[in-house]
Ligand binder design. Sequence first.
Ligand code: G3H
Ligand code: 13P
Ligand code: ZN
Length: 309
Amino acid sequence: PLVTTKEMFKKAYEGGYAIGAFNVNNMEIVQGITEAAKEENAPLILQVSAGARKYAKHAYLTHLVQAALEDTDLPIALHLDHGADFEICKSCIDGGFTSVMIDGSHHSFKDNIELTKRVVDYAHSKGVVVEGELGQLAGIEDDVNVSAENASYTQPEQVEEFVKSTGVDSLAIAIGTSHGAFKFKPGQKPQLRFDILKEIEERLPNFPIVLHGASSVIPKYVEIINKNGGNLADAIGIPEDMLREAAKMAVCKINIDSDLRLALTAGIREHFTAHPDHFDPRQYLTPARAYIKELVKHKLVHVLGCNGK
Ligand code: G3H
Ligand code: 13P
Ligand code: ZN
């Protein structure tokens, strides 16, 4: 059966590594991720956004994840990414998810606490764990476009009260990561506020921290896309050494979506350049799925450090 993230986070915290939380939208993505995790013997979080639920439908996604479970004996958690309100969280809790995120980060501190606590009370009564968020990331967060100027780092002074009064099981923070494939301006030196992470870690001993917007935007896939008719100039992600450093600290969950999208698109574009006459989806989705698998293996072993755990 699906597991919650409780045990995996405890082991990740103690072991100085992080669990990959990969966004899934269709069968090929689920398969590519699962095959990689199986070969690397790594625990997994498969996460679904509101947009993914709208695109693929709840039942298709939960059954795809069920199939992934049957294909491996790894611990797998199914998580709602960026739940916007109580209703979507309840719907996922009732519908078989083992973890939900309630993203109240754009509300006032007080309203965020109130909303998060309501979700936690319901989730915990059903054995489901909850991720909350404090601070705002820059970039595209679901349908809301938070401009870089409005991005605000998590205030360490708020974390103890937030965690204590809501009862959340993990906390997403903003330390300079952002959603999407354009995380820094060209010429800008990528930077994360490790000082904030450190202070949060000191204030919340042994408490699992989550990093959103943590794709590396791996140049290999961007180059393949651009060489094959794409146009992703100046795509820049979070350097891998920074993610490794965060994983050694309190960060137990690292969210990855953009890197999957880039790998999949690279596989498809490359295939069509070589075979403009192909029109069987199995032909172009096979190399696309293989790139997802290759990418996820790389993450598990070289960035997250959760292989063999
Ligand atoms: O946080 C955003 C994730 O990458 C999900 O994106 O809402 O387009 O599915 P989405
Ligand atoms: P990326 O866009 O960096 O992959 O972030 C994904 C994410 O945070 C999903 O919640
Ligand atoms: Zn996110």
